[in-house]
Design a protein around this ligand. Structure first.
Ligand code: ADP
Length: 219
């Protein structure tokens, strides 16, 4: 489903964030990408959602090259990804409901379908009585849950989660991942970034380990 073929990224300031990366992630796989700060983990996410373009090599998604994707098709590809950013990127002045609605609206979901999807996802995540709360009125765990709910509200094929263990105790973050993110039934592909290589190793999932922009382990 996802294929990096000798992919490199040099940012305009000359920093080579990833070099000659070659790996494949199959549909339904759950993969941890680990490595120290600056190893190139976030750059991989940015390349996948076409936030950045590679300066060398190729990235394939669903059998098509992302390199040659016309600009007008970028939104269509982005829809296939649900992203939970490291800083969550919740909209601070929007309610719980509007944080979800905003994303669904952006991808062109009609008003009536939005209502239906919001009701479904917010009850799944236990937010029935919290529609009108602002992010600052939520606990750390609830904020993370809302970010998961928002990423999943579009029913993405691939869920990308950046550093889910940086907000909560590891056990609580794991619980949320197990409850809401990993879903072998629906063959959802999940890619989790963590600096903590012990967590990655103990996850029981496939681990891609990066060091200075290169893969040092892929098991
Ligand atoms: P990680 O997520 O593993 O911490 P990143 O992919 O964020 O690593 O960064 C890899 C390297 O690329 C780092 O040296 C970082 O400073 C650099 N980098 C990341 N984003 C940019 C950017 N937009 N412009 C220039 N350099 C960047």
């Amino acid at each position: 489903m996802i294929e990096f073929l000798h992919t490199s990224k040099v940012y305009p300031n000359g920093v080579e964030a990833v070099r000659d990366l070659t790996f494949t992630i199959k549909q339904g796989e759950e993969v941890f990408i680990t490595g120290p700060a600056g190893a190139g983990k976030t750059t991989i996410f940015k390349l996948l959602i076409k936030d950045e373009s590679p300066t060398g090599g190729t990235i394939m998604f669903g059998g098509a090259s992302l390199n040659s994707l016309p600009d007008k098709e970028i939104p269509y590809i982005r829809r296939k990804f649900g992203v939970v950013f490291q800083d969550l990127k919740l909209l601070p002045d929007r309610t719980v409901e509007d944080n979800i609605s905003f994303v669904l609206h952006a991808i062109g979901i009609s008003y009536s379908q939005r209502k239906e999807k919001i009701t479904r996802i917010l009850s799944l995540f236990g937010f029935e009585n919290k529609y009108s709360l602002l992010p600052k009125e939520l606990s750390a765990g609830e904020k993370q849950k809302l970010a998961f709910a928002r990423a999943l509200s579009t029913e993405p094929e691939v869920l990308l989660i950046d550093e889910p263990f940086s907000h909560l105790e590891v056990a609580s973050a794991w619980e949320l991942l197990q409850l809401f993110c990993f879903d072998s039934l629906h063959k959802r592909t999940v890619v989790v970034i963590t600096q903590d290589r012990e967590i990655a190793r103990k996850s029981g999932r496939r681990v891609i380990e990066l060091k200075a922009g290169q893969i040092i382990t892929n098991v």
